[in-house]
Each structure stands twice: as structure tokens, then as C-alpha cells.
Design a protein around this ligand. Sequence first.
Ligand code: BGC
Length: 908
Amino acid sequence: MKILQPRVEHLVEPMGLDVPEPRFSWIVTSDRRADVQTAFQIQVATTQSGTVDLWDSGVVASDQTSQVVYSGRTLSSDQTCWWRVRAWDADDVASDWSDWTAWTTGLMDRSAWSASWIGAPTSIRPVAAAPEGLDLYGIEHQRLPWLRGTYDLGQAVRRARAFVTARGVYELYINGRRVGPDVLTPGWTDYRKRIQYQAYDVTPFLHPGANCIGALLGDGWWSGRIAWQHRFYGEQPSFLLQVHVELEDGTTTVLGTDRTWECAPSDVVWSDMLTGEEQDVAARRDWCSPSADGEAWVPVEVVVPPEAELVGQRAPTVRRLMELEPKSVTETAPGTFLVDLGQNMVGWLRLSVPGEIKGTLTIRHAEMLAGDGSFYTTNYRGAQCVDVYRLDGTAAGPVELEPHFTWRGFRFAEVSGLPPGSPPPQAVGVVLGSDLPRAGTFTCSNPMVSQLQRNIEWGQRGNFLEVPTDCPQRDERLGWMGDAQIFLPTACWNADVAAFFTKWLDDVIDARSPSGAFADVAPVVREELFGEAAPAWGDAGVILPWELYRRYGDVRLLEHCFSSMSGWVAYIDEANPDRLWRQRRNNDYGDWLAVGEDTPREVLSTAYFAHSADLVGRAARVLGLTAEAERHESLFEEVRAAFNDAYVTPSGRIVGNTQTTYLLALAFDLLPEAKRAAAAEALVALITDRRGLGGTFPPNHLATGFLGVGHLLPVLTATGNEDLAYRLLENETYPSWGYSIAQGATTIWERWDGWTEEGGFQNAGMNSFNHYSLGSVGEWLFSTVAGIATEPEDVGFRRLVIRPTPGGSITWARAEHECIRGRVSVAWELTDTEMRVEVVVPTNTTAEVWLPGLSASSLTEGGRPAADVDTLELLGEVEGRTGVRVGGGTYAFVGGRTVTSAQLGGST
Ligand code: BGC
């Protein structure tokens, strides 16, 4: 048995973690089939391979491999803790210890902060004049300041940790070198309540003698533009830094921002997340080294510290994730070039230009080109997304140009202002996003469906930036709750989102109104409009912790969120004594952006009311809160009964008669058994017979918006209609996923009709080409096409159910997923006579594998009749599938097919 991926609070070697009792996770693997972990031992020490002085768990008989709670000595601030783990296998043989890995604690309480918050006087932040041809929307943008402090260290440094944050966004530099790979730190929270700080090992940056520590400080979410507002949290940015230094002789000292720091105008004329950034390249200079000039520096201002809590970074930060080489660079006018990155992405364009170029380079961005090849930027609305570089032609070598504190969604960039006759500029697309570990891949024989998976991944990559945003381009980019809940299951397949959502759930809780309502968006902006959420948007506050608990087994998170979850249900309950959600529907978005049908809002809302009550009841059971559980269980039954009385006929027809009404009623288990089949039939009839409202599109198409779409294929599958599900998946006519892909989409569009042959572009007021919500179908690719699922009541991938489900035109599919217990994968392939299925089941788990359309007698594994393989247990044939039970390991099944592809999938 071997130990892999040791993690603390879901993170690899985190720094600045201020969780007093962090939790350990790892993965066990074994060459032996069906091996299990029978026991583990964890040791934690203050020095690597030294005495185990913090905690020794002893040998604990358990198969638990995640979230084992630290129960050793109280941890202090800025402490490096080394830990290792070993596990015992099924024969009670101990593995080797994992290598020692470290985490560093944060500043565990407020009193550990001794530095002062500082800012630049506004006199060194002149308001920038709008560059020619660019109005800055009447919004004042100011020059960014450099801040710096100098320190003499008498000796070499043995250990140094920087703890750093800002109200605004910062880049940290020491002796001229940039510290850390993070972008847009300290990230976005509701700064009135909570501000994240980052920690860095800066030992290699400091040296004996004079040292200069500095920062470039931008406005970011704090005082820049967010959505439709400017300076929402504050007027001017400020900065806080504390460096804990241990010198060679063992003495310690703390360096921190204070009134001895000075500041000067930087080379960044203005920078804003939505507008873009302008740099005065000629003003670049050595500003952060002990020998840097002293010109134009003035003392900083010490500012009033915030009341907000300072919290250590506990989710992956935003980083440069990859670089894209352009697909083409074309000169469209003398000195103007069109860069096509071939992929709608999020981040910025980096350019390298010869030093002798003089003048102003302007970069504009667009997701799409209009039919005449011109830039389609109207869908950016009030976000200009323009970068400007002023060059004086005096640089000795090539000049690198990229912004610091802005980003946008784009595929095309137009670079103008180069001297006529210039060669094409060297350009790359720098992709930004929260740096989440990748956790899944899916491909199959239908290239369109494989492209769909790529589009879903790109939608997630770009929109999971600090918070799950709706879109990355227009003046919105908010953490919309409804979008997040519907996409979460898909997100979990593609990436390890445990830490990302743990952080965001704090934002969600911080956004609650005084009456206990969740907000439409988190962090909340414009409370008067979004402060109390709509149905399905607010319910995200209940659905997310529950889903995350099911995926990652995170009980602590459930506990942490429980009172806000039950508070939300109480908020609905109080106002709706007859158990139909009629009052307090606030912005009431309905099945957002459905096409051709309109689900009655009261029906939709009441379905969510029931669902949230149900989930809170389940959560209460997990947490052992019996009274709460009983209360919510009966509330669920009451809402369910009211739903049936008010909206469902005895024959299973639901008021509104839309795809989404049936989908929600079936997905949330709102119908008595007797009505389920009829409702499923009504759903199928609606899809197969419909002509669209007004006869606008053909039968066998979806009509759902954000809320229905996530349940569409899963409910069709659960009710025995996977043939129809496949048909919808593979459609290429409007409205469908395939339609956007046929139009060249490389991300998921906000709307089914973002662009159509008949209508061209939709209303630019709301037409994002990078919105992940309609990508919630990704869940079904993993769980049904590949067939990776878990038993219904399972938590944290202990008991898997592998049910590959071929269908439609698909003749092979492959999926891999890194779950909390290790790697699971399925690869299946149909030939005319056989089905081959390769399955990898993580060590320390069990799986039932149900293979469709092949007989138990023909089944072989690794070339031997399955019945002779003693690591398998044959479970017989049930509903056209042959089942085997296995433990962890790699299995190669081959079976003779008893049915044709058409019978399997129905719709080839
Ligand atoms: C956003 C959505 C969001 C919605 C609320 C839109 O502007 O882009 O994704 O959920 O508003 O209906």
C-alpha cells in the first residue's frame, strides 16, 4: 500500500492556514485488488524528521482517508508543521510513511498583527485623462501607487514568512523580484466582513544588509468597478504587510508596513477590472531595490484598520493557468493586427514588442466577430476591456507588455498603433483562473460531444475566478447563486472544487440579509436589489453544502453552514404558511432563459421550497440534530402534499405543463409513486410532440432554461428514457448544445440563441458567450455515458456503482475522475459482437459494475471467464445488465453482446 496526495484542508502544503484544527486527507493505492486501509497513523512535528512533538494519532483502526481532524497541541501563529501518514492494508501490513510535508499556520488571532494599514495620499494618484477615443464612462480612474519600505538586516536570514493583504489588489516585490505566482490577491470577499491574507516563504528574497520591500497597489474589487458600481467598498486602496524574520543567530524580528514607508506614482496610469489598464512604459524604473532612486517619493498615510476579520487564504488563488499561442495574426490595416486565439478564454494578451517602437498601442478584445469580420463588443456592455501601452521607443531590448489587475473573456484581440509596416506582434493569451486541481476528463466517439466537454471545462476554468462568476466579459462577473447550484455537480467532476467552494460558502453566508435570506449573488452587491434571493438562487445556500458533503464527505462544512441553511428555509416558511411559495420570491427569475416555454414561477418555487426542506432535514440527520431533522422532514412532506394538491392532477399532469415542471417534480421526488410514471410520460410527450411555443422549432428538442437543464438528461435516464436523453445530447439543430458547437462555440453560451442563423446575435444587453450554466449537462456525461456513480446514500465515494450506458451514435467513451478516494475511470467500447469495458476502481472502495446488453455467461475479465475470477463476485443479470461486485483495482471486461446498438441506445 502506498500513500499519495497528502493534503491539509483539501490543499497541498498550504501556507498561512489559520484553521486551528486542520484536517488531513490522503489517498491509498495498492497493486493488489480489493485492498483496503484497515488503519492509519499520522504524526505531526515542528521539525522535519525530528521529534514528533505536536501530535501522534497512534494507530487508528479505520478506513478513513480524508478529513481526519488534527487533535494535537494547540498551534501557534506562523508555525511550520511537518506531517506524515502511513496506512495498514488488508493483511495488516504497514505502508512506508509518506514523505514529510509541511503546512504553515497563519496569524491565528488579531493580536498577532502588529503592522499598520497604509495607503498613498491621493495627491500621488492623479485622475487619469481618458486616452484618446476612449471615454472612461465618466468614472475617475487614478494612477496606481508603488509603496516601499527599507530594512537593514545585520545577518543572513534563516526563515522569513510574509503575511500580506490589501483592501484593493496588490503585487508584492522584494529587492526588485516579484513574490509568489498569485494574481489579483487578496481576492474577493465582502471586505466589510472578511479579508483574506496570503502567506509567502520569503527566505530566499532577503539578504544581510539593506532590503527593499514594496508593493504595487490597485483598486480591484475594493475601489474599482464591480458590476454596475464603482468604489462599492471603499474610496482608496490600502495595504498591510508583516514579515516574520528569524536571523541566523536565532533572534527574530517583525518587519511591517508603518509610517516609515514611502510611496510614488507607478507606471500604471490606471487599472480597472472592467475598463482595462493603461501603462506608461517609459515610467518603468527600478523602484524596489535598496539602490532605487529616491525621487518623487513621499511618506505613506497610515489609515484606519478595517473591522473585518482577517482570514488566511484557504482556497487556491488565481494564477496564470496556461498560455495560448494564437491561431492566426492578421494585419487588418497598416499597423493594426487581429489576433485570433482560437479559444474563448479568460485573462489577457501578453505582447512582446521591439524596444524602438514609439507611440500608443491599444488592445481591444472581443469574444466574437460580427458577420463582416468587425469586433462584436456590444455584449461587453459597460466593460471596455481595453489595454493601452505608451511606448517612448527608448528601451534597450524587447518590451514585455501585460496588465497587472484586469482580465476579461475574449478570443479575439485587436492590436493597433504599431508603425505601419511592422511585422506581426508576438502575442500570447495568458489564461487566468483559480488554480484548481484538475479532476476529470471525458471523451467519446462523437466529436461534438467531446467538444461539448471541452467547452464546459473552458467555461469552468474562466468563470471560477475567486468566486464562481456568471460571466467573465461584461460589466457583471458576479457570484450568481442559481448558476452555481445547477453547475456544481458538473464542476465537481472536472476539478477539485472542495476548497474553492468552502471559501465561497463563507461569502454566501456573509451575504445573508438580517432576516436570514441568502442573497442572489455572493459576495452581495447592491443589497437593495439582490439582498434577498429568488427561488432556486437562494436555495443554492442549501444545495451547495449538501452536494459538497456528498462528494467530499465534508461534515465540518455541513455543520458550519447548517444554521444558514435552516435559516433560509425558515425565511420561506414564515411567509408561506399554506406551504406554497407565493410570498418572498424577490427577483423571481424563474427558469431563466428557457426557450419557448415558461414554467409557472409559483410551481417552480414551491418545488424548490420542498427540496430545500428535504435537504435541510437530511443534513440535520447527518449532524445528529434529531428535532431539526423531524421538523424539516415533516415540512418537506407538507410542502410536497401542498404541491400535489395545488398543481398536480390525479393523472400526473402538472400545472404549466413544461419540461421544467416535470423535471423538478421528478428530480426532487415530489410525486407519489402512482403519479411518477404518468409525469414521466407527460415529460416525454412534451419533448417528442412539441412544436415549440408558436411552432418555432421541431420536436425532440429541449426547451429548458438554467434550472431545468441540469435535470433534463438525468431525469430522462432515471425514468427509462435514455434514448431520448441521447437524442437531446446529440442534437445539432436549435435549440441544443450541438447547435452552438456547429456555430464554432469553444465555450458554453449564456443563451441557446446567443447567435442563430435566422436572428443573428441576441440582444447584446445580455449575451455572454462564456456562461457555464447550460453546461450542467457535464454531470451526465460522467455519471451516465461513462457510468461513474455512487450508491444513492453513499458519501465521499466509498461505494461506487459503475453503469456504462451506451446510446445514440456513441460507440466508445472514456472518463477519468480523481475522487476524494483516488482515481476512478471507465473506458468502454462497442464492437459489432462485443462490449469491452475497462474499469479502474480506487483502492479502499468497492464498486458494483453493471454491464449492459451482455450475458453473464459470455463475460470475461482479463481473458478468463468472469465466474472463474476469484476477485469478482457475480451479481447476476438484472434489467438487461450483468452485475459484478469488485474491490479496488483495474479490470478488463469483455462480453458478447446480446442486443444491438439500436436496442441499447434506441436512437442510432
Ligand atoms: C446573470 C445570470 C444570473 C441572472 C439572474 C444574469 O444577469 O448573468 O447568470 O443568474 O442574471 O437571473
